[in-house]
Write a protein that binds this ligand. Sequence first.
Ligand code: FES
Length: 138
Amino acid sequence: MTGLQVRIAVADAPAAGEVRLLELDRHTIGLYRVGDQYHALADRCPHRGAPLCSAGRAVRGIALDHGIPTRGAGPALIRCPWHKWDFDISTGRCLVQPRLRVRRYRVERDGDDLIITLRHPTPEGAAGREPERAAFTP
Ligand code: FES
């Protein structure tokens, strides 16, 4: 681990629905897996500052299947421990107040390792678009 990045083996990465907490330059970061992708989020709720990753829990979302509400395939949301608002792990977006987002960090693959850096996953000049490098796909 260096000051601005942390490296962990893919084998040590969390399973879906779990979180692995990482410390990086005095930032606490929650690493999650949704489907085949890994996402790194700040351990701070953008609403009132709750410890989102260290005290929140990953939950399934609700989707419409031909107009019928169904549970999502796997945990893709994190629920804040204080006011129970849900945040999309892959985008950081709040489902209750869409203008609120959890800070996200870049996750990249290097061989059998994942590298998490303090850099934001949004590419330069992509304002208004969803980040293309928000996660690593094995
Ligand atoms: S502090 Fe997280 S929803 Fe209020």
